[in-house]
Design a protein around this ligand. Structure first.
Ligand SMILES: [Zn+2]
Length: 421
């Protein structure tokens, strides 16, 4: 692969981005820093995805990305027209499965003989007004009246439950941490910065979701991913922006390293101050370079720690019959393995949904879009219904499994469920 050797060890060239973490800049200057950083890398090919809230106030942020970055570095979609892959929805949510589609689009011939950089910019947003008493966050004056901005995050914080808040809420509650409760607690988060912190956390969590899809995806051409959670500061004047951090994932062969630097996802840990009239947000870990985590392994190991490594025995005569068939190696015949696996999944969905869902997620059989849910299954407050949905989803896909895969899952699930006494 041309260029890869020259590049190794130069992830640090994102220095300009590291300096920008947590610091208020104009939306133009963030895109410019990104453009310069990317040009320095000399990647043979570049692709981009931009995720924003549907709110019309995000127009300026979208335009800045187009004019300050996309038009210089992306391949032309049509004559002299460059365009990022875009998601715009309520709350600026990542939609599971979008990354593999975008990656496929930008897997150009040039990227197949060399490699490509795929930039994913994830914007959440918050209104910022300046008054005599300082800055206020969360309400924007527009069209002669005051409105919530981001309205979707405000609805979530206010406890509203319209359908669009479900996936955003799921992210806020992921890994057993109730970040919404922290944001609502005045002892942990000053209500004056609540809307700002909610936007920072949201961008950070949605970027993590992108990263999970990256970790689970085999790219169509060698790819260096750069995932940037950002918060737009919408004001009556030119908008500002805060870069929360950056994930770097190297999928060009070789070491496959994955790193993150920047703010974490705990709103109680954020501190905000002003320097030369600009906001600066920090938290205790924001200067450290961290390795991105393997969520499948994390889910499996935290469940094993809690249960001392085993599922409870299932007393069900159907399980005994499946075990007998497997004992007689009937599952070495692929169609039979699928039949037995389906029967086993029906039993486990009823009798042992949480261990089954965790195990299936841990070994990669359940989609990575279940990551936030799977983390919650390892906690005391696990919801068996959520687990049942995961197991049922796999049950419905058994016929599409590769030969050998059904047999492997069958043996694994039986082994992890001890013989009934
Ligand atoms: Zn919004």
């Amino acid at each position: 692969m041309d260029g890869v050797g020259a590049y190794h060890g130069r992830v640090e060239t994102f220095d300009s981005l590291r300096e920008a973490v947590g610091r208020e800049r104009s939306v133009r200057s963030v895109c410019q820093a990104l453009h310069f950083g990317v040009s320095e890398l000399g990647s043979p090919s570049v692709g981009a995805m931009h995720i924003t809230c549907a709110d019309e106030s995000e127009h300026e942020c979208v335009t800045a990305f187009q004019l300050g970055f996309a038009q210089y570095v992306l391949p032309a979609l049509k004559f002299a027209q460059q365009s990022p892959f875009r998601l715009a929805n309520l709350g600026g949510r990542y939609e599971w499965g979008a990354l593999p589609i975008a990656e496929d689009h930008y897997a150009t011939e040039g990227s197949k003989t060399g490699w490509k950089l795929l930039v994913v910019k994830v914007n959440s947003h918050v209104a910022m007004m300046r008054g005599k008493a300082g800055r206020t966050f969360g309400l924007l004056e527009r069209y002669g009246q005051s409105s919530s901005c981001c309205g979707a995050l405000a609805a979530l914080l206010g406890g509203d439950v319209p359908p669009f808040t479900d996936p955003v809420r799921e992210a806020f509650l992921s890994e057993g941490q109730d970040r919404l409760a922290v944001l609502r607690d005045p002892a942990q988060v000053d209500p004056g910065v609540r809307a700002l912190y909610a936007a920072l956390v949201s961008a950070r969590l949605q970027a993590r979701a992108v990263m999970l899809d990256i970790q689970d995806h085999e790219p169509a051409s060698p790819t260096l991913y750069l995932v940037l959670p950002c918060v737009t500061l919408n004001e009556p004047g030119p908008d500002g922006e805060i870069l929360c951090g950056a994930y770097v994932a190297d999928r060009r062969g070789g070491t496959g390293r994955e790193e993150y630097f920047g703010l974490g996802d705990d709103p109680a840990a954020y501190r905000v101050r002003e320097e030369h009239g600009k906001l600066v947000v920090t938290d205790p870990g924001c200067d450290a370079l961290r390795e991105a985590r393997d969520h499948r392994r994390m889910v499996l190991s935290s469940w094993k720690t809690r249960t001392h490594g085993a599922a409870a025995a299932v007393r069900d005569p159907r399980l005994g019959r499946i075990r007998q068939d497997v004992g007689r190696s009937l599952h070495h015949h692929h169609p039979h393995a699928k039949l037995l696996l389906k029967a086993l999944l029906v039993v486990l969905a009823e009798a042992s949904p949480i261990p089954a869902a965790v195990l299936l997620f841990g070994v990669g059989a359940a989609g990575i879009h279940h990551a936030f849910r799977a983390h919650r299954l390892t906690s005391e407050k696990a919801d068996p219904e959520a687990a049942r949905r995961i197991v049922t989803e796999i049950h419905d896909r058994v016929d599409h499994l590769e030969p050998g895969e059904a047999r492997g899952l069958l043996e694994m699930l039986l082994e992890e469920h001890p013989h009934e006494a």
